[in-house]
Design a binder for this molecule. Structure first.
Ligand code: IPM
Ligand code: MN
Length: 351
């Protein structure tokens, strides 16, 4: 198969980790007889510097004309520490998600046997964890009206969800649950928030169409506790944009390092594959960042966007093999700590 992949390295460690993922995609193409054509675009702080816009039109054009997008990371301390900045790198990522209609962010939380000891949580608690968080990605408080009063001494952000938006993400989650262990947990704050009550009402109606799926509803504060207390009891979690953002950083602790976690953002136009971690500016250019989140995101791309299950499995297997040999970046705390490039090379060789 011939596929066009746009790589958007972005900021911080983004360029280093996507480079490794790209190298591995190249070897997979060679091994399985595919042609992957890579294009590259600017996004985030890098795009502000070059074009004065965190998601320039030419980047959007590249995105819609490609078969999948491999995204690195976004964010720069220069902007984090300046609450007055009008143009911010993160706007690029949010604009890309919105313009491509990527409403479903799929974040699998799976443990590797060899990394159980790298987690600060007890091995017997996290063993066997295998769940997926479906985070709604283009609604809620991330995209609602926000602002300040005239004297700029008070501020507001609003969260809004329509029934249609909830049904769309609900359908995605129910269908995934049907393919997995048929357990769906809806995480909300329906004891306080009106949007959450609409979520509950809407998903409750949908239950009638998916009678084979067992649904339970959990408040987000309780969910944040249950996720690390009894992670193996979850199968599919569906939740709104901000709760999903927070809970998946928390859940990453189960896997030993946030550097391990991939994600897929799926919707109307070209899908985006990105690790869940941020740009980690302190590590940028130091060859220490963990490339596995990006590599596994590329593996998700092969499966979800291209239907290349065998190829995707080969990538997972290679990652597992290298970890089992005791190699990892320093965040993983394994026997043999290696750099970003070296770890990428090892995984490439394993394929
Ligand atoms: C993520 C990130 C982004 C988000 C930031 C960089 C805007 O934290 O993908 O989880 O909040 O969605
Ligand atoms: Mn996040």
């Amino acid at each position: 198969m011939k596929k066009i992949i746009t790589v958007l390295p972005g900021d911080g460690i983004g360029p280093e980790i996507t480079e490794q993922a790209k190298n591995i995609l190249e070897i997979v193409a060679e091994k399985f007889g595919h042609t992957f054509i890579f294009k590259q675009g600017f996004i985030g702080a890098a795009a502000i510097t070059k074009k004065g816009n965190p998601y320039p039109d030419e980047t959007h054009k590249l995105c819609i004309e490609s078969d999948a997008i491999l995204f690195g990371a976004i964010g720069d301390p220069k902007y984090d520490n300046d609450p007055h900045a009008q143009i911010r790198p993160e706007q690029g990522l949010l604009k890309m998600r919105k313009n491509l209609g990527l409403y479903a962010n799929v974040r699998p939380i799976v443990t590797f046997e060899k990394l159980l000891a790298s987690s600060p949580l007890k091995e017997e608690v996290i063993k066997g964890t295998d769940f997926v968080v479906i985070r709604e990605l283009i609604g809620g408080i991330y995209f609602g009206k926000r602002g300040r009063n005239k004297s700029r001494t008070s501020a507001f952000d609003t969260s809004e969800y329509s029934k249609k938006e909830i049904e769309r993400i609900g359908k995605f989650a129910f269908q995934l649950a049907q393919k997995r262990n048929k357990k769906l947990t809806v995480v909300d704050k329906a004891n306080v928030l009106e949007t959450s009550r609409l979520w509950r009402e809407t998903i409750q109606m949908m239950e009638l169409d998916y009678r084979d799926v067992i649904v339970n509803y959990m408040f987000v504060d309780n969910a944040s506790m249950q996720i690390i207390k009894r992670p193996s009891e979850f199968d599919v979690i569906v939740t709104e944009n901000m709760f999903g953002d927070i809970l998946t950083d928390e859940a990453s602790v189960i896997t030993g390092s946030i550097g391990m976690l991939p994600s897929a953002s799926i919707g109307e136009k070209t899908a985006v594959y990105e690790p869940i971690h941020g740009s980690f500016p302190k590590a940028a250019g130091k060859n220490t960042a963990n490339p596995i989140g990006s590599i596994l995101s590329a593996a998700m791309m092969l499966e979800y966007s291209f239907g290349m299950k065998q190829e995707s499995d080969a990538m997972y297997k290679a990652v597992k093999q290298v970890i089992n040999q005791g190699y990892g970046t320093k965040d993983l705390n394994l026997k043999k700590t290696v750099g970003t490039k070296e770890l990428g090379e090892k995984i490439k060789k394993a394929i």
